[in-house]
Design a protein around this ligand. Structure first.
Ligand SMILES: [Zn+2]
Length: 229
């Protein structure tokens, strides 16, 4: 099982990398998780898009969804359709993003369990400024991706049941917005030493790599890199 980082920045892409997006490969199956700005190019670098059958969207902020709009042009050109797992919302942005014949929407909630080829997906509610669900991907290994979130009661379960967690935890200590900080990352890494913690969603102005360098089970991910799970 492999994780390719299509983008690791939020709330916008920078000179160093794209906004949020990830590609999971399990055998011959590919799952894209979120599609922020810049990720469409990175996706085409990483894989023949016709092999991608599944997409997961954690929440509807622009830095996780904006490349979904031009992605539809590519799907039209290829005559290719993808299955999209996301929670339902009655908003104009939801309708604009997802109402397209090349996107087959499968609504999910915290009770859902769905199959994405050889991968089994389940979901848990996170805590952000808008609804956000973490996805747990069970394939050769178990990977949890939280989307954007503050620490919440579902996070311990995500760690307990996973080999690796891709976590929104790269804001500087003292940050008060709706994301976890390097202090949260350090605490969780110590609490779950067997779990590989992939730290993501960093800002342009702060690189957490040096501050987390002594936590051996934390990897601060970078756009374009491939990580074996
Ligand atoms: Zn967000």
């Amino acid at each position: 099982m492999e994780l390719t980082v299509l983008g690791n920045f939020g709330p916008y892409s920078t000179k160093e990398g794209n906004a949020s997006g990830y590609l999971v490969q399990n055998g011959a199956d590919f799952l894209v998780m979120d599609m922020g700005s810049g990720t469409l190019g990175a996706l085409q670098t990483a894989v023949d898009v016709r092999k991608v059958k599944y997409l997961y969207i954690s929440h509807l902020h622009y830095d996780h969804t904006s490349d979904l709009l031009p992605f539809r042009y590519l799907l039209e050109d290829l005559g290719h359709t993808v299955t999209v797992f996301t929670h339902e919302e009655d908003t104009a942005w939801y309708n604009l993003l997802f109402h397209h014949p090349r996107l087959q929407i499968v609504p999910i909630d915290a009770q859902s369990e769905v199959q994405a080829g050889s991968m089994r997906l389940s979901f848990s509610e996170m805590r952000h400024t808008v609804p956000d669900y973490a996805v747990t991907v069970r394939g050769e290994k178990t990977l949890c991706y939280t989307g954007d979130t503050l620490y919440n009661d579902n996070i311990p379960r995500c760690f307990a049941e996973s080999d690796a967690v891709l976590l929104d935890c790269t804001k500087p200590q003292g940050f008060t917005g709706p994301h976890m900080t390097v202090a949260d990352a350090r605490r969780l890494a110590n609490e779950y030493p067997e779990v590989r913690l992939f730290a993501t969603h960093r800002s342009a102005e702060y690189n957490p790599t040096a501050d987390l360098a002594d936590c051996k089970n934390i990897t601060v991910v970078e756009t374009g890199k491939v990580y074996s799970l």
